[in-house]
Design a binder for this molecule. Sequence first.
Ligand SMILES: [Zn+2]
Length: 450
Amino acid sequence: MWRDWPANLRRHLFEPLFYARNGSPRLSYWKEVEKTQYFSREALEELQWERLGQLLEFIYDKNPYYRQLLKSRGLTPQMIRSPEDMRKLPILTKRDVRQNSDLMLSDGYDKSRLHQFKTGGSTGKSLELYITDECSEKRNAVARRHDRWSGWEPCDPIGALWGNPHRPQTLKEKIIDRLVQPTIFLDTMELTDDSVRQFVREWERVRPSLLFGHAHSIYMFAVYLKKLGVGHLKPRGILSTSMMLLPSERAVIEEVFDQKVFDRYGCEEVSLIGAECEQHQGMHLNIEHLFVEFVKEDDSPASAGEPGRIIVTDLMNYAMPFVRYQVEDVGVPSDRTCACGRGLPLMEEVVGRVADFLIKKDGTRVAGISLIENTLTAIQGITQMQIVQESMERIRLRIVEEKDIPESSVLELKTYFEKIFEGMTIEIEKVREIKPEASGKYRFSICKVH
Ligand SMILES: [Zn+2]
């Protein structure tokens, strides 16, 4: 079979040929970041700081948005001499990006020669973004480094769980799939017993060494496998991406595959932010490419162990620079060093990525993800739930029940929410399934109040 090309042949012959023919520097970027990950923390921070200085010089000279912003505040790049000085620069919000997208494009960059893409994002906010080929290759090189942490080696077959996957169409794409990177897909927009069975048959033939997908999709896949009594899929690595991996879901996945999950965090705007290594002691931050800050409500820096909003400066995107960009997620910085020997700093956890915060009558915000976690693990009979806050008066709980759910569970759920959201009406809507969004992403909670 064509898919049985030995991985070594793909890895050592076809892949280098493919990249050389396309003039792609990805492999040399990758070799570089394979080395820098083992630099000492000090050496990495020095490298990061040098890159940040270059970026600040650049935006002051060449970027209309930042030139105006810095000048209006009487700032020059020379005034940013320490990480603390970065706080002199304002935080960039999604709204700022949307309102200034043309100004944010640097002088000398032609839109038609850049990669253009739109984000959907877990917050449902769409942004138009531009990056150069070089930036795109560097992002892919870092992702490849982190993919390898899971035990996967380049060109080993991948089993991907994805919504509306792009399967090879053109001759070029088919050649890449056959000779460079074989990938099989399970479409998470159509998860049924049959589609899972079909994917399992394809898996047996291709034998992927990496299982890759959104955290919740991997969980759902594991649940299906359990239900169907399939216990023999043993990828070398499981890589969960794009959304928060709930501890309860991680436990199910690890039980079904008898394999640890490698969780990763990032966003479309700046690509990969952090990833777990084989020690699973938190996520290593990608500081060769990013300057990452954690800030509290009053914009002061969060200390180690303290949650803070994640603010990222992309050191690689010169076409449309993102400086102090608020991703709209919360993370917990760490001062621990990892036993793996890598100098990249750690982040303890990410909170709130896949679910909106809900708002109580007194203005308190409540993480939807925690509500889901608390109720799903504690109340019998509910397999899936989505919380929709329609207004400051009404919350709708869409639930998928197991067979024969006791009525007491529904009451328990209702009481739990009524207690937290005092004075609001809690409605229960029983549904057969809760579908992911068009992108394949799944939202645990939706807040329509802004
Ligand atoms: Zn590590």
